[in-house]
Ligand binder design. Structure first.
Ligand code: ADP
Ligand code: MG
Length: 259
């Protein structure tokens, strides 16, 4: 027969939603008895394990909600291949301090140099620190805002994309936006201004954003807000994919290339 105290304990743990402790109750009790932990150490262990389990679950849920397109991390980024990159600044960004001040990050550079990879890596760090994050391409975002506007739901869509602590806007500038698209983007950037951080990746220098946003006046207004509190990282250098191909001998190695 089950000990009535165990039954009560399980019921109470469930009511308090301490699901990890409930599912591991037997092994926890065994471990506590075996290692002769003090009451304080035992309670500390049980509560810490539950908190860690809840944190891990939340982080996993936030990562799913962020909709990262690739499984990339800062740890898997080879900084030695990108000597032009300010490593100290990336280390600073890893701390997440910029998120507390709603500072923006612009990652600029030609295709293939790792802008999306770095943005996802920073997004994952933000999530680990308890922030919410959403990744979307600039074109997708503008499309979603335009559809919402057609349905009279622009306000709801702006609120949705405005509420995440960190919004990653990928690939701004690969295709120029129509004027109306630039205006929608401006609405969102104004909504987030000094409230939440943006990471924007672009293959275009900010000087070309007039064409990118389809309207030079809107581009000035966008840049004014974006750059007010921002870190700009310009990555020079060659595409990672091309470098890999050179190494594999598919295309010839250039002078000065890292071997
Ligand atoms: P961009 O967004 O600048 O066009 P990506 O971030 O998509 O470039 O990088 C292209 C591919 O190369 C991705 O698979 C990415 O993970 C990889 N990559 C780029 N730079 C690096 C690097 N320095 N270390 C490891 N992988 C890299
Ligand atoms: Mg990219």
């Amino acid at each position: 027969m089950t000990d009535p105290r165990m039954e009560r304990l399980e019921r109470h743990l469930l009511r308090l939603r301490l699901v990890s402790t409930k599912s591991r109750l037997d092994s926890l009790l065994e471990e506590g008895a075996r290692s002769e932990l003090s009451f304080l150490d035992f309670l500390d262990k049980v509560v810490s394990d539950e908190v860690n389990s809840k944190d891990a679950k939340r982080a996993q849920m936030r990562a799913q909600m962020a909709k990262f397109p690739l499984d990339r991390t800062l740890e898997s980024f080879d900084f030695s291949l990108q000597p032009s990159l300010d490593r100290r600044l990336i280390t600073e960004l890893e701390t997440g301090r910029y998120l507390a001040n709603a500072t923006n990050v612009l990652l600029l550079g030609p295709p293939g140099v790792g802008k999306t990879h770095l943005a996802i890596g920073l997004g994952r760090k933000a999530i680990q620190q308890g922030y919410s994050c959403r990744f979307i391409t600039a074109l997708d975002l503008v499309h979603q805002l335009a559809v919402a506007e057609q349905h009279g739901a622009l306000e709801t869509a702006l609120n949705h994309f405005g509420r995440h602590h960190l919004l990653i806007l990928d690939e701004l500038g690969y295709l120029p936006l129509a004027r109306a698209g630039g205006h929608l983007l401006f609405h969102l950037i104004r909504r987030r201004y000094e409230k939440g951080s943006l990471i924007i990746t672009s293959n275009q220098p900010v000087g070309s954003w007039g064409e990118v946003l389809g309207d030079p006046v809107v581009a000035t207004a966008v840049l004014d807000r974006l750059l007010h509190h921002s870190h700009v990282l310009t990555i020079k250098g060659e595409s990672y994919r091309l470098k890999e191909k050179r190494r594999a001998g598919v295309i010839p190695i250039r002078e000065g290339d890292a071997k």
